[in-house]
Design a protein around this ligand. Structure first.
Ligand code: HEC
Length: 119
């Protein structure tokens, strides 16, 4: 059978349905995250200060939602890696808090486009 339009349509529908279902939903791993704690840790550990040296601006260009970090789990893993590398010794819930703030402010996994930017 030649390539039927349904073969294209059906996966397309799954993608659409997945996207809609994901809008406005904080990913499970960030649901209980302590956002104020994450903000505090990001400030205290000078995460931005170092990223500014690499990418300039306010440093936030280092956070590339369309790059390698493309799932909530990968984002959390990256924060863990940075924490280990910099010997910050973050507790697991601290890494989660930091990743959740980065997600809210930059990556937006599961959240859809930013509405009424907070910062
Ligand atoms: C000593 C400098 C330095 C410090 C301090 C630092 N980072 Fe980074 N970070 C980098 C560099 C350089 C990269 C880019 C690495 C690459 O692209 O391979 C990066 C990349 C990242 C990424 C991945 C961005 C992406 O989308 O690819 C995340 C997330 C991240 N850092 C989080 C943090 C957090 C959270 C902290 C503070 C706890 C932190 N970093 C502190 C230097 C630093």
């Amino acid at each position: 059978m030649p390539l039927s339009p349904f073969r294209l349509l059906i996966p397309g529908l799954f993608v659409l349905a997945g996207t809609c279902a994901a809008q406005g939903q904080v990913p499970d791993i960030f649901r209980d995250a302590d956002l104020p704690l994450g903000e505090k840790l990001l400030r205290e550990h000078q995460c931005g200060a170092c990223h500014v040296r690499t990418v300039g601006g306010d440093g936030s260009a280092i956070y590339r939602p369309a790059g390698r970090i493309n799932t909530p789990g990968a984002l959390r893993g990256m924060v863990d890696m940075c924490s280990t590398e910099l010997k910050l010794g973050l507790f697991p819930e601290e890494s989660t808090a930091v990743a959740a703030v980065l997600n809210r402010d930059h990556y937006r996994f599961g959240l859809g486009p930013r509405a009424g930017a907070k910062r």
